[in-house]
Design a protein around this ligand. Structure first.
Ligand code: AMP
Ligand code: MG
Length: 338
């Protein structure tokens, strides 16, 4: 008989529920994403949104998978990293379900889950992963029983930087796809701060400089929004590509995985494809349904951890808003590679 894990994603804007069987087949994935009317993600408003919708989305997921809540054998939830008030809701609902259903509970690191769903969906064994989203910018690969971080942002996540600039330019949330469209209309490059420190990245300088460009008297005179969008993408993506390439050269890994919401961007895909080809590495973009935040990635990673070391005790399921992916061992990879 098939066994099922219900996974809950609740680190930021998305309340996601996924149901995955222990063999890795995804039976459903339902996302309910909070979109702010104006400004960024206010944790209190996101929390309200998730509190109002969690039961409805769980019901919808069960209905779509043609399952009853009693068919669930394992509950997994995003335990780290994320916005504390929002993480708490996922943890609370997951603990409650596990106690009512009397099934084991597993807490999952959101960043590791992005890598694992990518490995599953792209049938990739041992990738170097570039994870670029609204909340994270991380280049990681497996080494010594952990997903080690080779490079990361020192300030803003790249998606957040693009969204913030887009908002300043009067575009609605999420700004990423709109900036991509505008950038396609320009070939002009205006120099912006290119900040790579060692293997780490900083995006706040690009944000400030791009904002100044659209506030300047030269705007719509010497250059327009398409030119700024193009320059912003070219600079930010070249920085990501440089660090990814250096990690590739250092590790000699032969597979590259691009994931997170920003993975949808064709220009970024093109740049990472280029360096992958240069290093004879296979390049895969995680299918977009699974690249953004979702409950299926939490369910699948929960299954992997449960099968290798069992469920977590209730006392181990406290949320960890700042936990890094390289702080956690991934025992399910041990059998394959040491
Ligand atoms: P996530 O945080 O993984 O759910 O992804 C959301 C982020 O992806 C937001 O910052 C979006 O603006 C960004 N995003 C989505 N599509 C694109 C795109 N085509 N180009 C750049 N960024 C994008
Ligand atoms: Mg994410």
């Amino acid at each position: 008989m098939k066994k099922f894990c219900l996974g809950i994603e609740s680190t930021a804007h998305t309340w996601g529920v996924g149901i995955v069987d222990f063999k890795g087949e995804v039976h459903t994935l339902i996302n309910d994403t909070f979109i702010p009317e104006k400004g960024g993600l206010h944790p209190a408003l996101v929390r309200e949104h998730h509190l109002n919708n969690f039961a409805k989305i769980i019901d919808k997921a069960l209905l779509e998978a043609n399952l009853s809540i009693k068919d669930i054998n394992l509950v997994a939830f995003s335990q780290s990293p994320g916005l504390a008030p929002v993480l708490k809701i996922g943890a609370l609902v997951a603990r409650m379900l596990s106690q009512i259903l009397k099934v084991p509970l597993v807490g999952v690191n959101h960043c590791i889950a992005h890598v694992e769903i990518g490995r599953l969906m792209c049938k990739i064994e041992d990738p170097l992963t570039l994870y670029v989203s609204g909340g994270n910018t991380i280049i990681s690969a497996y080494e010594s029983n952990r997903y080690q971080i080779f490079g990361e942002t020192l300030d803003l996540a790249v998606g957040n930087m693009i969204d913030s600039f887009a908002r300043d330019a009067g575009l609605s949330h999420p700004g990423g796809p709109k900036i991509e469209k505008l950038a396609l209309r320009s070939k002009k490059y205006i120099q912006l701060p290119y900040i790579v420190k060692g293997m780490d990245l900083s995006f706040s300088g690009i944000y400030t400089a791009a904002k100044r460009l659209i506030e300047s008297p030269d705007f719509n005179n010497k250059y327009n929004l398409n030119d700024v969008a193009n320059s912003l993408q070219e600079t930010a993506f070249a920085m990501l590509t440089e660090v990814t390439e250096r990690a590739l050269a250092h590790t000699e890994i032969k597979e590259v995985l691009l994931t997170g919401g920003v993975a949808a961007n064709k220009r970024l895909q093109q740049m990472i494809q280029y360096i992958s080809d240069e290093h004879d590495a296979r390049f895969e973009v995680v299918p977009l349904k699974y690249a953004g935040d979702n409950g299926a990635m939490i369910a699948w990673t929960g299954i992997l951890r449960y099968l290798s070391e069992g469920g977590h005790e209730m006392t181990e399921t406290i949320i960890k808003p700042k936990e890094r992916m390289d702080n956690i061992t991934v025992p399910w990879r041990l059998e394959k590679k040491t």
